[in-house]
Design a protein around this ligand. Structure first.
Ligand code: ZN
Length: 289
């Protein structure tokens, strides 16, 4: 039994680890979500090829990854420049410029990331890389975050496999904390913090999930959930754009194989939390500035 608090070196906060509260450990079960009845195409899905979206625009007859500007962007060039100033000097506001986009992984409505062939996951990662470079080049953008919310528990009712990209004029606090922690570790030790985490996990070995060439996945010592999985290239890179073609291929394979696994518990919850693992892909591509 493990019952203690562990320091999360990236988030700089304590994590309570209490294994006795988990009925079952992560067994690395194969996904079996009973999705046999989901059709390949749904006529009223706003993400399926050829369908109309709420903006009145239509999706092309796309065959691979498809990216479009979010029809209801949280940040965007159309955000008002002139705003009502808050009455109290305590309050502040500013323009919500930036870009918000949607990334459809595949025209197939019925597939998940785990079911995509390796080559299509490579293509998806190349798309995230290209989006990072394009959006990161905009003068107003300070951070590019790609993420997938999945499952009804987080309010995403459309099962069509897709991610969102927020290119914002600020850096989210959790990412800023990771950047600060990494910079301090580098200054004090002359080494990459995340690289040292990988070294520690490989030396221990008990929490490694998938290893493939230059990439690996693991449940870190300081995981906040039993199945919180990090996926990373072994070599340190400032962003996803730094990975070679061979590294990107290994990364895609580790992502694919890790995504076919799941932990114990209610499936929707687990699926959503696996996305914390996927979200940690952006450790590679949320480098600010
Ligand atoms: Zn669809």
């Amino acid at each position: 039994m493990v019952w203690e608090e562990r320091w999360h070196p990236l988030r700089r906060e304590w994590v309570i680890v209490s294994s006795h509260r988990n009925d079952r450990p992560w067994l690395g079960e194969t996904v079996d979500e009973g999705r046999d009845m989901v059709p390949q195409y749904v006529s009223d899905c706003y993400l399926c090829p050829r369908n109309s979206r709420i903006s009145g625009k239509s999706n092309p007859d796309y065959r691979s990854v498809y990216v479009f500007d979010n029809d209801h962007p949280c940040v965007g060039p159309a955000s008002p420049v002139q705003r009502e100033e808050p009455a109290s000097s305590l309050y502040r506001s500013r323009r919500a410029d930036g870009m918000a986009r949607v990334v459809c992984y595949t025209p197939r409505h019925d597939l998940t990331l785990a079911e995509l062939p390796h080559a299509e996951i490579v293509r998806l990662l190349e798309t995230f890389r290209d989006q990072y470079l394009e959006l990161g080049d905009r003068p107003e953008v300070r951070s590019v975050l790609a993420f997938e919310n999945k499952g009804e528990v987080v309010g995403v009712s459309n099962p069509h496999p897709h991610a969102q990209i927020y290119a914002t004029n600020f850096v989210f606090r959790t990412i800023e904390t990771e950047i600060e922690a990494s910079a301090q570790h580098l200054a004090e030790h002359g080494r990459s913090l995340f690289g040292d985490v990988i070294d520690a996990e490989e030396a221990d070995g008990r929490r490694l999930v998938v290893q493939e060439g230059s990439a690996l996945s693991f449940v870190p010592y300081f995981a906040r959930y039993p199945y919180e999985t990090y996926i990373a290239p072994r070599e340190t890179h400032a962003s996803l754009a730094g990975l070679s073609a061979a590294e990107l291929s290994d990364f895609a394979e580790v992502l694919r194989r890790t995504s076919t696994l799941r932990g114990a518990g209610p499936p929707a919850y687990l699926r959503s939390n696996f996305q914390h693992g996927v979200k940690h892909l952006p450790v590679a591509w949320t480098a600010a500035d």
